[in-house]
Structure formats: C-alpha cells, structure tokens
Write a protein that binds this ligand. Sequence first.
Ligand code: HEM
Length: 423
Amino acid sequence: MKSIPDISSAQHKANPHPLYARLRAEAPVVRILFGDGKPAWLVTRHADVASALKDPRLGKDPFRALTARERAAQTPWTPSFLRPLTKNMLDQDPPDHTRLRALVHQVFTPRRVEDLRGRIVTITEGLVARARARGAIDLLEELALPLPIRVIGELLGIPEADWPRFRAWTNRMVGLRTSLDMVRAAPSLYMLMRYLRALVGKRRRTGGDDLIAALVRAEEEGSRLNEDELLAMVLLLVAAGHETTVNLIASGTLALLDDPESLDRMRREPGLVKPAVEELLRFTSPVDLATERYTTEDVAFGEHVIPRGQRVFPVLGSANHDEQVFASPGRLALDREPNRHLGFGNGAHYCLGAPLARLEAQIAFPAIVRDLPGLRLAVPRASLTWRPSTVLRGLTRLPVTCAAAPIYSVPRAPRPAAAGLQP
Ligand code: HEM
C-alpha cells in the first residue's frame, strides 16, 4: 500500500472504514508514522486483534518492554510531574496490573454498579426532559456527556461544582497525540494532578462511602497501593468513565438517525435493547484503537512479523467491521447475534467499566428514541465533524431537534396541590 493517511486526524475519523477494509485485505499488519514522526504498527484483522490483546509478548509498560533509546524514539515525551499518571493499570503488566485490577475490582463491584441504576434513570430522564422542553439541543454536550460525567462523578464522590473543570482537564489529557500536545496540555494536567492530590488528601482525613474513599482504605489497610497508583487509578476511572460513553451515546444516536428504519425499530421493540447496544458498540467503536502495546520479542501474525521493541496498536474499529466475522459489517443490525465485537477490548485489560457503560447505554438509548419524538439532525449531515484522536472516535457536536413538549407536560419543580396545569 502506497501511503497511509494520518489515522488520528479528524478526516480519518469521519469515515475510517474504507481505509480499514483496504488494510485488512492488503496490509493487515503494517508499520506507519504518526504526525510527530514516531513509528507504530497497526493490526487490523479481527483474529489478529483478538489474539494481540491477549498476547503477553505484547507488553503495556514501555519501561519494561523498551530500551531507553527505543522509548525516546517511539513514545511522546512526558513531563516528570505526570509520571504518576503512567502508573495507571492500563499501562501496567503483571504482576502490577493483576494487583491493581484486583484492588479496584474489590471496590468497583457489580453490586455498586447495579445500585446506580435508579440514579442513572433519574439523571437520564431529567436530561431528556430538558432537551424535549427546549426542542433543540446539542445532544452530545447536553445529554451524552453530562450523563456519564454525573454518574462517574457521583461514583467517585467528585463534588458537582467541580465537574466542568474536570471535564476541561481530562479533555486535554485524552486528546494528547504528540510531544507538542503534551507541552501544550502541561498546565491543565498540572492543575488536574494538584486537584486529585487534594481530593485524595481530603478523603484520607474525612473518609466516606464513595469509590475514592474505598480506594484510600484499600491503600491504608493493605499498603498494596501507593499514592501515585491511587491517583492514577482515580484519573483512569474518570477519563475512561466519560470520554468513552459519551461517544457511544452520541455516535450511536447519529447511527440511528442515519438509518430511520433502525430508529423506528428501536422505538417499537424496547426488548431489543441489549443486542442493540452491543451492535451500536460494534458499529460505532467509540474506542477505535486499543491503547498501545510494545513487543517484548518478535511476534508473528500469520506471515507478518513485528520485530521486538515496537509500538503496536490493535485496531478495534477495524476488527469490528471485519467481513470474515460480521455479515454485512457496514449495516446496522440491531438484533445481530452472536456479536463478537471487540469494542471493550479483550484479555487482561478488558474494559473494567463495561457493566457500567452497558447499563448507561441501555437506559439512555430507549429514553432518547422514546421521549424525543421527531428526533432529527438540526444541521446538514456533511457539516458534522469528528475529534482528532489516536484511540477514540467521537463527534465534536450533535445538534438535533425534536418535537417540543407541550408546555403542560414539561416537568416542574413540585408545587402546592392544584396549582398549574398537569397532564
Ligand atoms: C462505551 C463505553 C466504553 C468503552 C467503549 C470502553 C472501552 C474500553 C477498552 C477498549 C478498553 C481496553 C483498552 C486496551 O486494552 O487498550 C477499556 C479499558 C478500561 N476501561 Fe473502558 N470503556 C468504556 C467505558 C468505561 C467506563 C464507564 C469505565 C469506568 C467507570 C471504564 C473503565 C476502564 C478501565 C479502568 C480500563 C482499564 C482496564 C485494565 O487495564 O485492566 N470504561 N475500556
């Protein structure tokens, strides 16, 4: 293949599938250069992506897998005050990864997630009702984003007043692609680290029943989690908890708007919600590329060999559209079953928040299609733009309109009996 366009550009994210189909057919394991000239390998077939994600020869920690020289050549520069962030479990291998994952599992239990159901319904209904009352919203900014931010904020115990600041800082963090991006984002990231240290310090003094307090207790009881690891864990949960789900909800809604038959089916058949959410995960692939791995020895995928010491990205968005596994992958089939998508990854780093993300989506999509009648795009389809990003795929905005609610059905603050019109 002659040349491969910048896969973290907004243009590529707008429609990555023609390129991915060509790569799967002609160059399923291929070396590319990123915008800052740093090399990496892409793996694009479903079978290879699934096995790469489980292969212990593809390590996560560049400090173990690469020599100092290889690191300098391949990974973006990181300021020293950000070192603690690299201690997050997504960038660790066993035994550290196993230890950290077990600790967070201990406090981030299915029970804790299920307990959130009622809150997620209330938050979603409030956001949807507000959208309906207005009749026109940016569905990304005003619904897809606040929902996961509020949920993860409540779960972790981050005060509501701080959510907008948090969003601005973490936004800078996940957008990082090059060393120059890192320099530009340094002030925001510095503020974020300072804020997190203060928050953890407060929980240490006052305790509580949120997730940060539970992690602080785990740190103090067992001394199996040091302060840097604790900060990194909180930050990973915050970033992973909302930078991804927002894209599932917004891109998923766009996919339904693009396909009115599916939108209508989703309205008519609420029982379809579980397979429908899996299909929207496959179709939109909010995490387009899994995070980078490093080869600790030569690794072969069929006849293609990636030498030792190389940076590798398994491309989930491509695996999820591999025609060898999915019939008509470009078609949205809400009842597709089985659906072996890799939207949440695979192997040891399989998404820890998958049950929470699924629950949020299984509540959000039915509410959107049911309670926003006449939902349609408010701008020409071609004017929608996508965020530049290496690993994520998400829209910058999603302006929509719907039939505005009749004035008497807009939820109001409670009033004395018999006051005002109620349906
Ligand atoms: C639609 C929403 C989501 C998608 C598509 C998604 C996708 C993923 C993927 C693909 C990975 C693996 C990355 C890799 O192997 O390089 C991952 C890991 C992770 N996700 Fe999610 N995620 C979502 C929501 C969440 C939520 C809501 C949380 C937490 C509250 C979360 C927490 C995590 C964590 C902590 C990891 C790292 C696990 C580890 O290293 O063992 N994610 N996610």
